[in-house]
Design a protein around this ligand. Sequence first.
Ligand code: AMP
Ligand code: ZN
Length: 469
Amino acid sequence: MSLRLYNTLSRTKEDFAPLDPKNVRMYVCGPTVYDYAHIGNARPAIVFDVLFRLLRHLYGAGHVTYVRNITDVDDKINARAAERGISIRELTEETWRIYNDDVSALGCLPPSVTPRATEHIPEMIAMIETLIAGGHAYAAEGHVLFDVSSKADYGKLARRSLDDMIAGARVDVAPYKKGAMDFVLWKPSETGTPGWDSPWGRGRPGWHIECSAMAGKYLGETFDIHGGGIDLVFPHHENEVAQSECAHHGHPLARVWMHNGFLNVEGEKMSKSLGNFVTIREHLPANDAFGGRSWDGVTLRLAMLRSHYRQPIDWTVSGLVQAETILKRWKGVFRIVAVPRDSNESPPDAFLSALRDDLNIPRAVAEMHALADKGRHGDFDAAKGLYQAGKLLGINWDDVLSPQSASEVAQAVAALGDEDGSIAAAIAARKEARKAKNFAEADRIRDELLAQGIILKDGPDGTTWEIKR
Ligand code: AMP
Ligand code: ZN
């Protein structure tokens, strides 16, 4: 019953063994709250939600701590608040509320802790002081910078050498920097922008130190999994590693680093200038901004999960329509077979082993198709397995109706129909067998269908079928 995860640090799939199975710890970089989250931002939220659910399933719901931070201090926040003429707190509160509504519409559970950067300034200052005392950081002109040359293995996560980074860098080399790649831990705040008193004057933290300080506070020096989008590997995660290891006697920050691939829209990089930038909110009911119509959160979720989390995903209207069709088909199964809603049974092994193989959700979805095929033919265990599998993926089945009456089942069967034509083909083969007076074969076909839960009815107009109840 192992779990294997691809670790960006080793560039291989590894067996996962938590430091403490009673408290599996995961940190994922969260949103900078200044504007609506776009559909690309939904990807890490959904992918790591599935991992959170899987870990809860494997280790017990009370034995997983998932921290996702809120970056609520940032130049973009200052600029947007000024533009809109509202206070920074108003802007960050409003944006955080919208983010929560959006990701919950996508079926994501709330993480265990959602720390705000602005509520952890003392922890950041303390960490910066430790780095200065250890010779890993220096203060200059109201700034504090991390001295990259003080860490021999800087670049190990991104697998870049310092020399290559310097050669390829287009970072502006401020006069107070000792080295071109040195990055900001603390910077001065202009009057009228958020700032906190510190040993280096009134200022604010850099982005990277926020995550190191909050991860350390809630998860300890070393924890199990650190996640985010692939764009964060460098510099953000590399810098988190550098800061945390230097502040924590060289202890590693996270044992497994996981990164989701990027999302493109209709084959192109999403950007405001290309006019294909689309928020989560614009997909949801009442907005009709993607493909000229609205989509259920669960459709968006399934569409997102049908690509492997490490591969790029092409976000298209046709992909959403496909996800919608699949959901309709799956839900149709529960109109034929009543499944218990409250059972906590485990999903089928084949489904789970796909997830345990580095979250192979496309394979898990293929297993669900196979379950749906059987369920459609009246297989109770398969229908129940489909229900449990969907639940583990965070698919909301709330609006699924149970069959109420024989006529409702008949309607559902008619709606689903004999999609692959296999029942019609079996009926035709049976008719041929009877014509040839091969009654043994005709009965064998009838019994085979019966074993799948399909009853044949011979009438004056030919043979019809229905699902056994
Ligand atoms: P940001 O607000 O840009 O820091 O992004 C928040 C999260 O969304 C990070 O984990 C990013 O890596 C991720 N992210 C941003 N853009 C995309 C995209 N187009 N596709 C997938 N993930 C993204
Ligand atoms: Zn981070």
